[in-house]
Design a protein around this ligand. Structure first.
Ligand code: GAL
Length: 526
């Protein structure tokens, strides 16, 4: 203790509590694992400083204040590419500290429920995401000490020189498939994935084009003594699983992070990139989702392009065609570099949630990004929530129509083993899929917005157009697209892609009554 602190304590003996020292708090992390946080405090009078050690690395204690038995402080964490200020409140309770961590809300998407170090908890619309309570006792965390030592010993990759990679020939149209995250989070197993493979085949989804079956976060246990990625015991045989997926006429996707940890705090690829690429290829992997998350501990946003390029080169070096899907939530200038470093698709936002608000905030926020997208390289506004229960049928049609107009990858995220007919119909509407998979490969854009009516258009092969008349309001209203706005002379043919019918239009345009939160999706043939 500094002499000043001793003096302060002597001068103000009524400030009974002294936080100075190390404290360890335990809480339930992703997948029910016990996770520890170590707090190192140094109190001087009514303020204190120090550091917080957790699986997210080391953070500084900011604004530490103590008044009698109650205290508060803040830490700034980098969570999925967003800086967030986490407020802590506490009370000295005998030999223990009772702590409350207050989590702020994240961007339009923010991390999913159960995601990352945030753990489960509702994400209300407001500025606040939830609270976590825990108790801390004096001491140091052996678990964190071990983790930080392992982290320091981890091999560091040698980053290659920046270059422009030629296209890998994959994803000529927006990729289609299924991914385990939106519905199952980390509760996944070999059995589930095989059942999903069966269901993709029997439901007609595979034949409609949903061929990439991707296991998201939650499959890895760690590494074996040779550094090879070791799946957890719910995935006893990855090569066998890959063979099964392939036998169903599907392709096999997997998930990792360029950091030491995934968003679920599981083993990432940092320092083992070449090994992982080789092992994935030996398992028959056809698709890699490479998710930034824990990489924020090691690299800056400016290093993302080179870090992602490194894995693109390693995947190519395996000789196996592997679709490369990168996920860094749209940070920095990713739109400008993603295609050049060999990505076939890149996330443009934080995580989608299963609400109309989240889906439309993301979807209607994509205008202006269209020039970066095209055959082989696509903007990815995140996976589909259709069939997960949070969207009504009109909202589901809005989701599907908007993603088709955006030329977005169509990665279903629902329980395909038990879909109702409406969900299947929405996901497999051939007319809408023809828009999504149009060979011209041009992403659509906003044509007009007027009150609740948002009109989006996508140029299609042969001078045709897809037009979406979206109603973002709570009551049905008429919406009109004028031929003139599309540069069309004369009356074109119009097909309503949800009614599956050719419809009559007027000489100057087409008007539809669009239900609340719904859409009229049209194909226009001049
Ligand atoms: C997030 C990512 C999600 C999902 C999740 C897994 O960072 O955006 O799509 O992959 O991690 O923990």
């Amino acid at each position: 203790m500094k002499p000043l602190a001793v003096l302060t304590l002597l001068a103000f003996p009524c400030l009974a509590a002294d936080l100075t020292g190390s404290w360890v708090a335990q809480r339930q992390g992703p997948g029910g694992r016990v996770m520890e946080t170590q707090l190192n405090f140094k109190q001087e009078g009514s303020t204190f400083t120090g550091s917080m050690l957790s699986s997210m690395g080391e953070q500084k204690i900011l604004n530490g204040k103590i008044d009698g038995e109650t205290f508060s402080f803040e830490v700034v964490q980098n969570m999925m590419g967003q800086e967030r200020r986490v407020k802590w409140e506490g009370k000295v309770d005998g030999e223990q500290l009772k702590l409350t961590m207050n989590l702020p809300a994240m961007g339009p998407g923010g991390p999913p429920p159960g995601g990352g170090a945030v753990g489960p908890g509702p994400a209300p619309g407001g500025g606040f995401r939830g609270m976590r309570e825990m108790t801390a006792r004096r001491g140091e965390s052996e678990a964190i000490k071990k983790e930080l030592a392992a982290e320091a010993k981890r091999p560091k990759p040698v980053l290659p020189d920046r270059k422009i990679l030629p296209p890998n020939g994959l994803a000529k149209t927006p990729p289609m498939g299924w991914n385990s995250w939106n519905k199952f989070h980390a509760n996944i197993s070999d059995k589930l994935i095989r059942e999903v493979a069966d269901a993709l085949a029997s439901s007609g989804l595979r034949d409609a084009g949903y061929v990439y079956l991707t296991i998201d976060d939650g499959w890895i246990a760690g590494r074996d003594e040779n550094g090879r990625p070791k799946p957890n015991d719910r995935f006893p045989d990855m090569k066998g699983l890959g063979d099964y997926i392939h036998s169903k006429g599907l392709k096999f996707g997997i998930y990792s992070s360029p950091g030491s940890r995934t968003c679920q705090q599981l083993e990432g690829s940092l320092g083992y990139e070449a090994m992982d690429a080789k092992v994935y290829a030996s398992w028959g992997i056809d698709y890699l989702k490479y998710d930034w998350c824990g990489a924020a501990r090691t690299f800056t946003v400016d290093q993302q392009a080179i870090v992602y390029q490194m894995m693109a080169e390693l995947l190519r070096a395996t000789g196996r065609p592997i679709l490369y899907s990168i996920s860094q939530y749209g940070q920095g200038s990713v739109l400008e570099w993603a295609s050049g470093i060999g990505a076939n698709m890149w996330r443009t936002t934080g995580d989608i949630r299963d609400t109309y608000e989240s889906m439309t905030t993301i979807g209607f926020g994509q205008s202006g990004k269209e020039k970066f997208s095209g055959p082989g390289h696509w903007n990815d506004p995140d996976m589909l929530e259709i069939g997960n229960g949070g969207l009504n049928p009109d909202e589901s049609r809005t989701h599907m129509s908007l993603w088709a107009i955006l030329a977005a990858p169509l990665i279903a995220g629902n329980d395909v083993r038990s879909m109702d007919k409406d969900t299947i119909d929405v996901l497999t509407n051939r007319d809408v899929l023809a828009v999504s998979q149009d060979p011209l490969g041009k992403q659509g854009y906003r044509l007009q917005q007027n009150g609740d009516i948002d009109i989006w258009v996508r140029p299609l092969k042969g001078g045709e157009w897809a037009v979406g008349l979206f109603n973002r309001g709570r009551a049905a209203v008429p919406a009109k697209v004028a031929w003139q706005a599309l540069g069309l002379k004369g009356k074109p043919k119009v097909r309503d892609l949800w009614a599956h019918a050719e419809v009559e239009s007027a000489v100057d345009g087409y008007t539809a009554t669009v239900p609340a939160h719904g859409v009229a999706l049209l194909r226009i043939r001049p």
